[in-house]
Design a protein around this ligand. Structure first.
Ligand code: CP
Length: 300
């Protein structure tokens, strides 16, 4: 494992190693030491969880971070190319963690620099470290990743987290329900990939009647910033709002996940119910990102 750009880069064995390492880090069984190591966090799109959990992960392991939030106050403003910016940061940092609105930018960065690159989200394409923490959260709450029934709800078209998660879960005999407005359905290239792997999925327009048999209900925000036409966003905003009353007949073991940020798609009355797991899910991001950095920098 040299970089993490897409979930397709990881084998089942890689994922197992990452999740096992995260579990050992969480329990204190291993305490990686990254003293004198520096992570370059290059974020060209807003972030709360991903940036701060990577920052926390480095600091928990005695490492340090240098942070670029957008290009303001950098020499990109003087006309420096993206490639030269990356090559320069790679002289200071042992690993680069990058978020960009441009699809494919993390792959490009990995071809330009000779330090490991982690994709922290590239446009509507992929968010593989979110998928890792989602897998960790699913395994922790369900005791397994195998043979689960998982509902993905909301913006399945522009939501990069569900693209990475669907690919990640495709190797665990998952049965999917994709619940979205027609305009925001899962992209064809992902559905084709699932069909090739004989993964079962069904598409629905409504949550009603479609959540009671699930093990995981994964809710996503409609990605307003990815809509070319604001009128299209207005047509679908508020389509799904999960209320506590809708969870009365769900399975005991059901957990509601959400990559966050939430806007209005999960009512706050769900937060204190036993099925809500989204804030613990965010905490799991630190353990999984510690594990990933540790392994990419040569740790066992
Ligand atoms: N889940 C996620 O990527 O959150 P941020 O955009 O806050 O990093």
């Amino acid at each position: 494992m040299e970089n993490l750009i897409s979930m397709r880069d990881l084998t089942k064995a890689d994922i197992k190693k990452l999740l096992d390492t995260a579990r050992k880090i969480e329990s204190g069984e291993i305490l990686p030491d990254l003293e004198r190591k520096v992570a370059g966090l290059l974020f060209f799109e807003p972030s709360t969880r991903t940036m701060f959990s990577f920052d926390t992960a480095m600091k928990r392991m005695n490492g340090q971070t240098i942070i670029m939030s957008g290009t303001k106050n950098t020499s990109a403003k003087k006309g420096e190319s993206f490639a030269d910016t990356l090559r320069t940061i790679a002289q200071y940092a042992d690993i680069i963690i990058m978020r960009s609105p441009i699809e494919g930018s993390a792959r490009y960065a990995s071809e330009v620099v000779d330090v490991p690159v982690v994709n922290a989200g590239d446009g509507a394409n992929q968010h593989p470290t979110q998928a890792l923490l989602d897998l960790y959260s699913i395994q922790k709450t369900q005791g397994t990743l195998e043979n689960l029934k998982i509902g993905l709800v909301g913006d399945l078209r522009f939501g990069r987290t569900v693209h990475s998660l669907a690919q990640a879960l495709s190797i665990y005999n998952t049965e999917f329900k994709f619940i979205s407005p027609k305009f925001l359905q899962m992209p064809s290239y992902i559905k084709e990939d699932l069909k090739e792997k004989n993964v079962k999925f069904t598409e629905y327009l409504d949550m009603d009647g479609n959540i009671d048999d699930l093990d995981i209900l994964y809710v996503t925000r409609i990605q307003r910033e990815r809509f070319a036409d604001p009128e299209d966003y207005e047509k679908v905003r508020g389509t799904y709002v999960l209320q506590k009353s809708m969870l009365e007949n769900v399975k005991e073991n059901l957990k509601v996940l959400h990559p966050l940020p939430r806007v209005d798609e999960i009512s706050t009355d769900v937060d204190d119910c036993k099925h809500a797991y989204y804030f613990q899910q965010a905490k799991n991001g630190v353990y999984t990102r510690e594990a990933l950095i540790h392994i990419l920098l040569g740790g066992e």
